[in-house]
Design a protein around this ligand. Structure first.
Ligand code: FAD
Ligand code: NAI
Length: 475
């Protein structure tokens, strides 16, 4: 007999597991199916984010930053160290422990919220009067029926044609998180979020890193002024970033990888490196779902087609996260998961795409919400800009990290905040205030008039808001 559920969620990444928990909280009998396996073959819910994305990358960014600080900055504080060394195996082991804590945490949350978890691959079988039949191909094959199905199958690294991932020499995000020893030379194709984060990790651990980027501009989606400041900082740290290149051929062999490319001037070049990370974007996971068989419409790029409410072309089938349009971010997936569960319950779940924050966890960190100066110019919107450098912030000086700035963009007439852009220490935490402000449609003056603790980096946020009306107090 089929097991019957109100809601079946396929995928237990941040989009899926959160959708399942919220659906269960709302009183639905909910199942969540996920196929990710740990090294013992057991379940490892959490998706890309937990297993080979957000969490392990941040663990390694933290460890490598400590090492970098110990090697390069402790002396400024009068702390001497001799025989500084790094045990990469232990560092990777710690990262794996952090991942496992998160996998176990999600299994605990499923129990706590009474979500029934199935380990295996989910695929649509048929649509009937009682909803959809979904097969689970796992150690114990099952067929479930669900009145509603939420597809949250995520995404995978995009391969460069002719350079298949072998995870030994040519690495996706997965292999990039488990290189057993710092390579002497590391090539990175794509100077996007993964390229910069993982390039930073291995540079700090000793690799000479060269990043090859196809576009002529660095971090094109980031506010230009912020991107310029970040580029300067990364270059000073030793990341070699080449823009406007065209990759011609990647050859992998016993001695490493050789990348033939044309530089921005069209001159043929070769990069010889021990390992190569290819981080050129991600593709949606829909193979094996039987999307075509059931009539689930995909768009021309293979994403599941959804409307603004995450409804697909099939009644009561929803899709959230990386497998649908929009930014590929864990928190965007989570918000969509919550919104869909609430819509199934007849509520009015909503995701505000204008206030989704972005963070790049390099050093300096880059974070932003809302529109960039170039977007406002292109839209012909009249705006005022205000910036405040961390150089003039007492806490940043005490920390010993004065790189970067906070930048506010506000409507010229109403003073409504249109965008906030940060490059510098703790940008990932500082951006939260800007998100709250924008969600409540605050003006720059609202932030400028709020008391911020002293000494804190958040004072730079207040000062940047003051700068919009040219009345900074400390600069
Ligand atoms: P996923 O997390 O990809 O989860 C999908 C799950 O569905 C997987 O477990 C998969 O195995 C499973 N699945 C797929 N098909 C089936 C099937 N047919 N049956 C059963 N199970 C199936 N985002 C951030 O916001 N912050 C970050 O710091 C960040 N860092 C990142 C670092 C890296 C290296 C990478 C690669 C990504 C990072 N991201 C980050 C992006 C983030 O990981 C994704 O946006 C997020 O994981 C998307 O969530 P999701 O639930 O849509 O999909
Ligand atoms: P990305 O989209 O951030 O960057 C890819 C880069 O590769 C772009 O700059 C693109 O121009 C370049 N590129 C594409 N094809 C190329 C080619 N043939 N040759 C050279 N360069 C080429 O993609 P990335 O870094 O793979 O990350 C995927 C997604 O994962 C991100 O967009 C983001 O949504 C998510 N992510 C988020 C993180 C965070 O929130 N901190 C961290 C890591 C990933």
């Amino acid at each position: 007999m089929n097991k019957a559920f109100d809601v079946i969620v396929i995928g237990a990444g941040p989009g899926g597991y959160i959708a399942a928990i919220r659906a269960a909280q709302l009183g639905f009998n909910t199942a969540c199916i996920d196929e990710w396996k740990n090294e013992k073959g057991g379940p490892a819910p959490g998706g890309t984010c937990t297993n080979v994305g957000c969490i392990p990358s941040k663990a390694l960014l933290q460890s490598s930053e400590y090492f970098d600080h110990a090697g390069h900055h402790f002396a400024d504080h009068g702390i001497g160290l001799s025989n500084l060394s790094v045990d990469i195996a232990k560092m990777l082991g710690r990262k794996d422990t952090v991942v496992k804590q998160n996998n176990d945490g999600i299994l605990y949350l499923f129990k706590k919220n009474k979500v029934t978890f199935f380990h295996g691959r989910g695929s649509f079988v048929s649509a009937g009067d009682n909803g959809y039949e979904v097969a689970v191909a796992g150690a114990k094959p099952e067929v479930l029926t669900g009145k509603h199905v939420v597809v949250a199958t995520g995404s995978s690294a995009r391969e460069l044609p002719g350079a298949a991932f072998d995870e030994v020499n040519v690495l996706s995000n997965d292999g990039a998180l488990r290189i057993p020893a710092a390579p002497k030379t590391l090539g990175v194709i794509g100077s996007g979020v993964i390229g910069l984060e993982m390039g930073s990790v291995w540079r700090r651990l000793g690799a000479e890193v060269t990043v090859l980027e196809a576009l002529p501009t660095f971090l094109g989606a980031v506010d230009e002024q912020i991107a310029k400041e970040a580029h300067k900082a990364f270059t000073e740290q030793g990341l070699k970033i080449q823009l406007g290149v065209k990759i011609n051929e990647v050859k992998s062999g016993k001695k490493g990888v050789s990348v033939a490319y044309a530089d921005a001037a069209g001159v043929a070049q070769t990069l010889q490196c021990d390992k190569l990370i290819v981080s050129i974007g991600r593709v949606p996971n829909t193979t094996g779902l039987n999307a075509k068989g059931i009539g689930l419409r995909l768009d021309e790029r293979g994403f599941i087609e959804v409307d603004g409410d995450c409804k697909t072309s099939l009644p009561n089938v929803w899709a959230v996260g990386d497998v649908v349009r929009g930014p590929m971010l864990a928190h965007k997936a989570e918000e969509e998961g919550v919104a869909v569960a609430e819509r199934i319950a007849g509520q009015h779940g909503h995701v505000n795409f204008n206030t989704i924050p972005w963070v790049i966890y390099t050093s300096p960190e880059i974070a932003w919400v809302g529109q960039t100066e170039q977007q406002l110019k292109a839209a012909g919107r009249a705006y005022k800009a205000g910036t405040f450098p961390f150089m003039a912030n007492g806490r940043a000086r005490a920390l010993g990290d004065t790189t970067g700035m906070v930048k506010f963009l506000a409507d010229a007439k109403t003073d409504e905040i249109l965008g906030v852009h940060i490059v510098g220490p703790q940008a990932s935490e500082l951006i939260a205030e800007a998100v709250v402000a924008m969600e409540f449609k605050a003006s720059a003056e609202d932030i400028a008039r709020i008391c911020h603790a002293h000494p804190s980096l958040s004072e730079a946020t207040k000062e940047a808001a003051l700068a919009v009306d040219k009345r900074t107090l400390n600069f």
